[in-house]
Design a binder for this molecule. Structure first.
Ligand SMILES: Cc1cc2nc3c(=O)[nH]c(=O)nc-3n(C[C@H](O)[C@H](O)[C@H](O)COP(=O)(O)OP(=O)(O)OC[C@H]3O[C@@H](n4cnc5c(N)ncnc54)[C@H](O)[C@@H]3O)c2cc1C
Length: 417
C-alpha cells in the first residue's frame, strides 16, 4: 500500500482539476493531483470535435443564461475569472485563442490535445505532483479536520481536498460519477442526475430511412410548461432512433424531462425564413412550373432528397403524381408540414450519452466565492461535479476553468501543519 501526503489533494485531472491544482500550488501549497485514468484530460481532448470550444464572447448576463436558473451561482466566480481572464491565462501557458462563428472561442492551433498538454505542463510547472491510475474510492474526514483518501493500492493524507471528478456522462473518459458518492459520503446532497446535451428518442417508424440526414437552418419548437413555446434554430441531425444536433442539444435537457412524463410533440420548421404566404406562393409557382414532372422531383428543389419520400407519405401525397395537378388539400398539408414537421419524443438516450451531466452537488451547500463546502470545512468542489450545466458554445469549459481557479486559490491559501 502506497501512502502519500499533501497539503491539497485534488481528485480528477480534467480541466477543472488541472486548473485547481496549478492555482493551489501557485498559492504555495504542496499539491497532489490524483487521476483515476492513465492520462489527464481524456474528456477534454474530445471537446468541440477535438477542437475545444473553450468559452464564448457573450457578455456576463447573457453568458449566465446559458446555464438556466443555476447560472447565478457562477456570477461570483465570473466576476473574478471570466472569458477575458481565461484567454489571458491560456495565452500565458502557450495557448493562443481566436473567436469564431457565434462568438465561440477556440485555440488557434493544437486543438483540444494542445490544451490538454498545456494544462498538464502548467500544473507540473507549479510543482503539482500528478499521479495517474489513482482512482479515489473513499474519502473520510478525521477528527483533527484533515482528510484521508483511499484507493485500491494507495492512501493519501491531506489537509484540504478538491473534488474535480466531473460528471457521469461519457464514462469511458473516466468521468463515472465517483465524485457524487464521495460528496454524499461526507454529508452532501446530490441533485438528481440526468443527461443534458443529449440525443432524443422519437417514436416514428420512418426514422431509419432518415438516418444520417442533416437539416441545416431549421427551427425546432415545442410547448413547455404553461404552454410557452420554446424555439431553437440551427441543425437537426437524424439518427435511426431519433434526433440530435445543435438545434436539439440546448433543449434536450428540458425536452427529456417533459418527455419523461409522456410523449412530447416537437415540430421542425423546415423553412423558418419564409412567412406562410410567401411559402405558399413559392409552392404554387414550383408546382405549376413543374407541369407533368413528378411531385417528388419538384419537392427535391425545396427539400433534401432523402427526406422527400417520407415527407410525401406524411402529407398523404402520391410521389409520382404530376406536380401541376396537386390537389389544393395536398398542397395545404405540404405547406403545413414544411412549417411544422412533427416528431414524437419519447425520451433521451441515457446519462452516459449526454455531453454533460445535469444535476450534481447541491449549490446551496457550496460557497460561491471559494467553492468550499458549507458542510465540511477544507473540502472544495469544482467543474461538472457541481449542479451546473450549460448549453453548447464553450459554457461548460468556462465553468470548469473558473470554478477550478476559485477552488484552487482558496484551498491553496492558508495554514498547513
Ligand atoms: C464529446 C464532448 C464534447 C464536448 N465539447 C465541449 C466543448 O466544446 N466546450 C465545452 O465547454 N464543453 C464541452 N464538453 C463538456 C466538457 O467536456 C465538460 O463539461 C468538462 O470536461 C468538465 O470538466 P471537469 O474537469 O469538471 O470534468 P472532466 O473533464 O470529466 O474530468 C474529470 C476527471 O476526473 C477523473 N476522475 C473521475 N473520478 C475519479 C476518481 N474517483 N479518482 C480519480 N480521478 C477521477 C476522470 O478520469 C477525469 O479525468 C464536451 C463533452 C463531451 C463529452
Amino acid at each position: 500500500m502506497e501512502t502519500l501526503s499533501a497539503g491539497v489533494a485534488v481528485v480528477g485531472a480534467g480541466p477543472a482539476g488541472m486548473t485547481a491544482a496549478g492555482r493551489a500550488a501557485s498559492s504555495g501549497a504542496d499539491v497532489l493531483l490524483l487521476e483515476g485514468g492513465d492520462k489527464p484530460g481524456r474528456k477534454l481532448v474530445l471537446t468541440g470535435r477535438k477542437r475545444c470550444n473553450l468559452t464564448n464572447t457573450l457578455p456576463l448576463d447573457e453568458f449566465l443564461q446559458a446555464y438556466g436558473r443555476n447560472g447565478r451561482f457562477l456570477r461570483n466566480a465570473y466576476s473574478r475569472f471570466f472569458s477575458a481572464e481565461l484567454a489571458a491565462f491560456l495565452s500565458e501557458i502557450g495557448v493562443d485563442t481566436a473567436r469564431e462563428r457565434g462568438g465561440r472561442i477556440y485555440p488557434v492551433r493544437g486543438g483540444a490535445e494542445g490544451v490538454r498538454m498545456a494544462l498538464r505542463t502548467y500544473a507540473e510547472s507549479t510543482g503539482t505532483r500528478i499521479r495517474l491510475n489513482r482512482r479515489v474510492r473513499r474519502l473520510t474526514r478525521k477528527d483533527d479536520g484533515t482528510f484521508l483518501l483511499g484507493g485500491d493500492v494507495f492512501r493519501v493524507k491531506a489537509v484540504r481536498v478538491i473534488l474535480a471528478t466531473g460528471g457521469a456522462s461519457w464514462p469511458q473518459t473516466g468521468s463515472r460519477g465517483d465524485g457524487y458518492a464521495l460528496a454524499r459520503s461526507l454529508g452532501h446532497t446530490v441533485e438528481t442526475l440526468h443527461p443534458a446535451l443529449v440525443p432524443l428518442r422519437c417514436a416514428e417508424g420512418f426514422l431509419p430511412r432518415l438516418k444520417g440526414l442533416r437539416l441545416r437552418n431549421v427551427r425546432l419548437s415545442y410547448c413547455r410548461r404553461g404552454k410557452k413555446r420554446s424555439e431553437f434554430f440551427g441543425e437537426v441531425h437524424f439518427t435511426d432512433f431519433g434526433i440530435s444536433g445543435p438545434a436539439v442539444f440546448p433543449a434536450s435537457g428540458e425536452i427529456g424531462e417533459l418527455a419523461a412524463k409522456g410523449p412530447l410533440e416537437v415540430k421542425v420548421n423546415l423553412k423558418p425564413a419564409l412567412e406562410r404566404s410567401t411559402l405558399e406562393a413559392r409552392l404554387l409557382r414550383e408546382f405549376s412550373a413543374g407541369g407533368a414532372e413528378a411531385l417528388s422531383t419538384v419537392l427535391e428543389r425545396l427539400l433534401p432528397r432523402q427526406l422527400v419520400p417520407v415527407f410525401l407519405e406524411r402529407a398523404g401525397a402520391t410521389a409520382g403524381a404530376p406536380a401541376a395537378e396537386t390537389p389544393r388539400a395536398t398542397r395545404k398539408s405540404i405547406l403545413s408540414l414544411l412549417q411544422a414537421f412533427p416528431l414524437t419524443v419519447t425520451g433521451t438516450l441515457p446519462l452516459e450519452r449526454g455531453m454533460v451531466t445535469a444535476g450534481g452537488v447541491r449549490l446551496t451547500e457550496v460557497d460561491p466565492a471559494t467553492m468550499e463546502s458549507r458542510i465540511v470545512p477544507g473540502l472544495y468542489f469544482c467543474g461538472e461535479l457541481l449542479d451546473i450545466d450549460g448549453t453548447t458554445g464553450g459554457f461548460n469549459l468556462q465553468a470548469a476553468f473558473s470554478t477550478g481557479t476559485l477552488a484552487g486559490e482558496a484551498a491553496g491559501r492558508g495554514q498547513y501543519p
